[in-house]
Design a protein around this ligand. Structure first.
Ligand SMILES: Cc1cc2nc3c(=O)[nH]c(=O)nc-3n(C[C@H](O)[C@H](O)[C@H](O)COP(=O)(O)OP(=O)(O)OC[C@H]3O[C@@H](n4cnc5c(N)ncnc54)[C@H](O)[C@@H]3O)c2cc1C
Length: 358
């Protein structure tokens, strides 16, 4: 059984050191990390923190990306934009104040600056609050590499541009390496694939980082696909909420027919924290859900296939993944799977390793 007190996968209380009003509907929250937790809360630009708050008798979790950059900003900071009728984003913006304590899981996530050739430019598409991990990556890329960066940043209007002044200050500091193109819906309507293509014309050989609302990401992705940009050079972070306990019933997806053939095995083996476990699986159940039902505690967060927290390496057998946006083409070749999206497929026994080194 996994050690539920493993500090990497546990929640720790951090104190809010500061709250910054960024725009009318967005605030940043800066944290004090005590020396005893400094190692655990070390992070890479682009990673996120997972928060847990009490909600009507149960607990809800949400991820927020770090907008700070290690080595450049003294303390970690997340930036939260209110969502209409959203539970936690409004709670953060209305209720959380300097000096408050909040339960936080150490940084995780794969939407980070991938090592690339120095001459390969970086193109970043950010929409609204999607700028958060992108700003962090820009700061690190500018100061730690010599790569050129183009940021395409879409917002409703000028007043809703988060980090407008900070981005401009970075552009002024690195005029030959950072180009910023703002797209304001109020002036030009929503971004279309044609606009997106214009923005990266001549830069098809770049590494692309995309983060923002679903429809914006779909448009940018389809534009990249049309221009035949390789999947191995596209990195995506989707901002979604996990299903809250009270919403689980209505959100439960029907089991996909292909995953539950009559001959499909009804157990799989997983290695977690050095121990092998045989885990029973219900038809259509994901490997993560089955492992958790069996009392195991692998790391997980968004449960939507976007954050990469529940990655494991497939040792034998086959699984079917509904989505695997968090994984690169190379990850797939190296047999990485997302347990929250994986269902058993075929007759061969399936074994996955949560402990495998990435
Ligand atoms: C890796 C990662 C990083 C992220 N980083 C950031 C960040 O840096 N900044 C940021 O602002 N956000 C970020 N997010 C998004 C964030 O985690 C939340 O998804 C977001 O704040 C909305 O949460 P909420 O609780 O306010 O809204 P929710 O309560 O989750 O609701 C969202 C919307 O869906 C509707 N809804 C949800 N469930 C139902 C239902 N059952 N029936 C009807 N309507 C429903 C709500 O009414 C609302 O309009 C990130 C997400 C991920 C996965």
């Amino acid at each position: 059984m996994a050690d539920p007190t493993d500090p990497k996968h546990s929640f720790h209380e951090l104190v809010i050191a500061d709250v910054v009003q960024e725009t009318a509907d967005t605030r940043s929250f800066v944290f004090d990390v005590p020396p005893s937790l400094a190692g655990l809360f070390g992070y890479v630009s682009g990673q996120f923190l997972t928060f847990e708050i009490p909600w009507d008798g149960f607990r809800v979790r949400r991820c927020y990306s770090l907008s700070s950059a290690p080595g450049l900003d003294a303390k970690p900071k997340v930036t939260v934009k209110r969502i209409d009728r959203g539970r936690v984003s409004n709670w953060f913006n209305e209720r959380l104040a300097k000096g408050d304590r909040i339960a936080v899981k150490p940084p995780e996530g794969l939407f980070v600056l991938r090592p690339g050739e120095q001459e390969r430019p970086i193109v970043m598409f950010g929409g609204g609050s999607g700028i958060t991990p992108i700003l962090s990556i820009i700061k690190t890329a500018l100061t730690k590499t010599g790569r050129k960066i183009k940021l395409v940043y879409a917002n409703r209007d000028r007043d809703s541009i988060i980090f407008r002044d900070e981005l401009e200050a970075w552009r002024v500091r690195y005029p030959d390496r950072l180009e910023i193109a703002h797209h304001l819906d109020a002036e030009r309507g929503f971004m279309h694939a044609a606009n997106a293509k214009d923005h990266f014309a001549g830069l098809e050989h770049a590494d692309f980082y995309i983060c923002g609302p679903g429809p914006f990401m779909d448009i940018v992705e389809s534009a990249l696909e049309e221009r035949q940009v390789g999947r191995g050079h596209i990195f995506i972070e989707r901002f979604v909420s996990p299903t809250d306990p009270d919403r689980a019933q209505e959100a439960a997806p029907a089991a996909p027919a292909a995953s539950a053939t009559s001959s499909a095995p009804s157990t799989f083996v997983c290695t977690l924290e050095g121990e092998r476990h045989e885990v029973p699986v219900k038809p259509g159940e994901t490997l993560l859900a089955a492992a958790r039902r069996a009392g195991l505690e692998p790391s997980f967060s968004c449960e939507e296939g976007y954050c990469g927290c529940c990655m494991a390496q497939l040792k034998t057998g086959k699984v079917q993944m509904r989505t695997h946006d968090a994984l690169t083409a190379k990850d797939l070749t190296n047999h990485w799977v997302l347990a929250c999206q994986s269902r058993l497929e075929g007759d061969e026994p399936v074994e996955i390793d949560f402990d495998a080194t990435y």
